[in-house]
Design a protein around this ligand. Structure first.
Ligand SMILES: Nc1ncnc2c1ncn2[C@@H]1O[C@H](COP(=O)(O)OP(=O)(O)OP(=O)(O)O)[C@@H](O)[C@H]1O
Length: 541
């Protein structure tokens, strides 16, 4: 319950909607039960009257009132069911939206390092399977359990009104036992298994994605069959665990149905003596047991949902753990200050420590002022901290100590990130208001325009997953184009020409240089030739 609490709070923000949705479900269920009860009463009444007439006795029956009631309940049940489905599906989608937005919010605040600790497969699982698991909370757990309880009490009340207090009490005890079996007993029998299964399924999903991603390497190493066999064995063991949970849910479902049916039989049995005493009529005797049989529909929804409770809880626990605490890690440690500067203000670092939280700083006591429009090169061997320096300026990694004032920046990271979309969509991320002419101009500057004019779709050319339809050098120039489209006053370029051959680089570098004239530039690389020309150079050692 503790793991579910933050998500329940989110769900209960829609209190009014939840009550209305549950009322519609209640109306549907009550119409179903009333339909059965009135039909049972009516059939018995017609049978009794028929027998009386056959025996030559005088008897009459009102066909219109019960017939009308049956039609009313049948139509009302359909209408309520339709409204309930439309309303509740919409509500659940709203709840899922809230949960996803809250999760994105937390992830965005959780810091670069924290996000990097999980693989893409794990994040995918969080945002899909785990979030979906939470949608069972309202529609399958909370609403049906509350309604089953309410309807049980209503039927016990009906038994008390039509039959007697004793019948009501006996029926109530049997039904409560059935309710316990369908909820808490299932929960007890499956919670741990279901939670463990959910964790294992999540691990398997990640392994399957890694298997596909590493297909070439596994094949080259001759280990593909062995690895696939391992995944299949794991999938087999998960299926067995699922079958075990299903069996337990099935048994509990059967027992709970048996108890509901038993309550109907007992009501009939006890009702007989009331009938013999003339306290109730024959048709009323049939009404209560048949209404009790209608409860099967309500109770039948519960065992499966409670069988998944462990998985829902495990999903919530993973989301709680991985969402991190909102906003915390991205903030700089105490004593470090990061300020956003307006365009036209210098970039300044004062007594700054740069590095990764929990590790010794890569740079300490470092100060620098870079006036607007000035350029700085940063050179150093692999691992000296160039990318960490750039990440800190861009706010991706927190400043460890000191003070940093930085104008808005466009950042070309060391990794080349091309989104699975068109050329245009990838470029517009740099400047959403750029025109097609501007896009072609920057592509032309980087000698990429020909690459896309050759294709029939031009700027709408689809780049494939991670830009896999581009060569390494083309992808690098495309992401450079994205950064060059931005009008940010500070531009940070980490190894801008990785994968671009020397001749092309020599042709395009002066054009990039001209394009960036007047803007503040920080360019990082292993050697001077990997950089654009800069006025000052910082050597990291
Ligand atoms: N998230 C992280 N957590 C802890 N240490 C890190 C993290 N990222 C990088 N480092 C460490 O910080 C040091 C500097 O890394 P960085 O990537 O900044 O170097 P670099 O100069 O850009 O190297 P390269 O030229 O190889 O890209 C390295 O020792 C690296 O292992």
């Amino acid at each position: 319950m503790h793991e579910l609490r933050p998500w329940l709070r989110l769900i209960f923000r829609h209190r009014g909607g939840l009550v209305l949705g549950a009322t519609l479900i209640l109306a549907t269920l009550l119409c179903g039960i009333a339909l059965l009860a009135v039909s049972g009463w009516f059939l018995t009444e017609t049978a009794v009257v028929g027998l009386a007439l056959a025996a030559g006795l005088q008897a009459t029956i009102n066909l219109y009132v019960p017939g009308g009631a049956i039609r009313f309940f049948a139509v009302a049940r359909t209408v309520f069911r339709y409204l309930e489905r439309v309303y509740n599906h919409n509500l659940v989608l709203q709840l899922l939206t809230d949960i996803r937005v809250a999760l994105f919010d937390r992830l965005a605040g959780a810091g670069h390092r924290h996000r990097g600790e999980k693989s893409g497969a794990q994040w995918l699982s969080r945002l899909t399977a785990d979030v979906d698991a939470l949608d069972t909370l309202y529609l399958r757990l909370i609403a049906p359990t509350a309604l089953a309880g309410a309807i049980t009490l209503l039927i016990a009340g009906l038994a008390w009104l039509l039959f007697s207090g004793t019948v009501a009490l006996v029926v109530l005890v049997i039904l409560l036992a059935g309710l316990l079996v369908a909820t808490l007993a299932v929960l007890r029998g499956t919670r741990r298994l279901s939670s463990r299964l959910s964790d294992q399924q999540e691990a398997l999903r990640g392994e399957v994605i890694e298997h596909i991603e590493g297909y070439a390497e596994l094949t080259a190493a001759g280990r593909i069959n062995e690895h696939a066999g391992h995944l299949l064995a794991e999938a087999g063991s998960l299926s067995r665990a699922q079958a075990c949970i299903d069996a337990r849910v099935g048994w509990h479902n059967a027992l709970s149905t048996l108890l509901v049916n038993l309550s109907a039989v007992v009501a009939l049995w006890l009702g007989f003596s009331l009938f013999e005493d003339g306290a109730i009529s024959g048709p009323v005797l049939a009404l209560l047991p048949i209404a009790l049989l209608g409860l099967g529909e309500v109770y039948g929804m519960l065992p499966e949902a409670f069988g998944k409770y462990g998985a829902t809880e495990a999903a919530a626990a993973r989301l709680n753990q991985d969402g991190g605490s909102r906003g915390a890690p991205v903030a700089s440690p105490t004593g470090a200050e990061r300020h956003e500067a307006a365009a036209g203000q210098p970039l300044t670092l004062t007594n700054a420590s740069i590095g990764h939280p929990g590790h010794p700083p890569l740079l300490a006591g470092f100060s620098l002022t870079l006036a607007p429009g000035k350029t700085l090169g940063v050179i150093g061997e692999s691992g000296t901290g160039k990318s960490s320096f750039a990440d800190t300026l861009a706010g991706v990694v927190p400043l460890l100590a000191g003070e940093l004032t930085v104008p808005p920046c466009a950042y070309l990271t060391q990794g080349t990130v091309v989104f699975e979309d068109t050329v245009k969509a990838n470029l517009l991320l740099g400047n959403p208001s750029a025109t097609d002419t501007e896009l072609w101009r920057v592509l032309d500057m980087l000698e990429l325009a020909d690459r896309f004019t050759r294709e029939p779709d031009g700027l709408n050319n689809w780049l494939g997953s991670g830009g896999n339809r581009l060569s390494g050098g083309e992808a690098r120039r495309l992401v450079l184009a994205r950064v060059l489209l931005s009008r940010a006053p500070l531009v940070i370029l980490d190894e801008p020409f990785t994968g671009v051959d020397a001749e092309t680089r020599q042709r395009i570098a002066p054009r990039v240089q001209r394009h960036l004239e007047g803007r503040t530039l920080v360019c990082l690389g292993h050697a001077p030739e990997a950089l654009l020309a800069t006025e000052r150079t910082l050597h990291l050692d």
